[in-house]
Design a protein around this ligand. Structure first.
Ligand code: FES
Length: 144
């Protein structure tokens, strides 16, 4: 659980770039933007620390993570649309897992493995559908 869960996201002036040493992350398509001082966000226990999943969990932004953030599914699949120079390189296990993901693009990453490594502006799009979402029988696919 995070301190942010019960409160609305704070207002951010998007007309200005983030201040030095700040991280600004926008999750599309909902356009939810969060901002925090680099290296101060508490670890929420899902995915790698400072991963996009960790950020989403800290701010109560829904990013599916069926395996709990251990690189064993692809439900956290994201397209990184800005900030690619500030993120970690994918490890072999992420690349192997991504081969099973739907709708792979050059900017595809797993949200639980892709770590923000420096201050800056980041934009990640959450695909509107997901192969594993169907495979793993989430409620939307269960018929009685
Ligand atoms: Fe399963 Fe990221 S949550 S691979």
């Amino acid at each position: 659980m995070s301190d942010h869960e019960s409160s609305p996201l704070p207002e951010i002036d998007l007309s200005k770039p983030p201040a030095e040493n700040m991280v600004r992350v926008t999750f599309e398509p909902e356009n939810k933007t969060v901002e925090f001082v680099y290296d101060t966000m508490p670890y929420d226990g899902h995915g790698l620390p400072m991963s996009f999943l960790d950020v989403a969990e800290n701010y109560d932004i829904f990013l599916d993570h069926a395996c709990g953030g251990v690189c064993a599914c692809t439900t956290c699949h994201l397209w990184i649309k800005a900030g690619e120079n500030g993120i970690s390189e994918p490890e072999d296990k992420e690349l192997d897992r991504m081969e099973t993901a739907a709708d792979i693009q050059l900017n595809s990453r797993l949200g639980c493995q892709c770590v923000i490594e420096k201050p800056g502006t980041y934009v990640a799009e959450i695909p509107s559908w997901n192969k594993n979402y169907v495979q793993e029988g989430k409620p939307a696919t269960v018929k009685k």
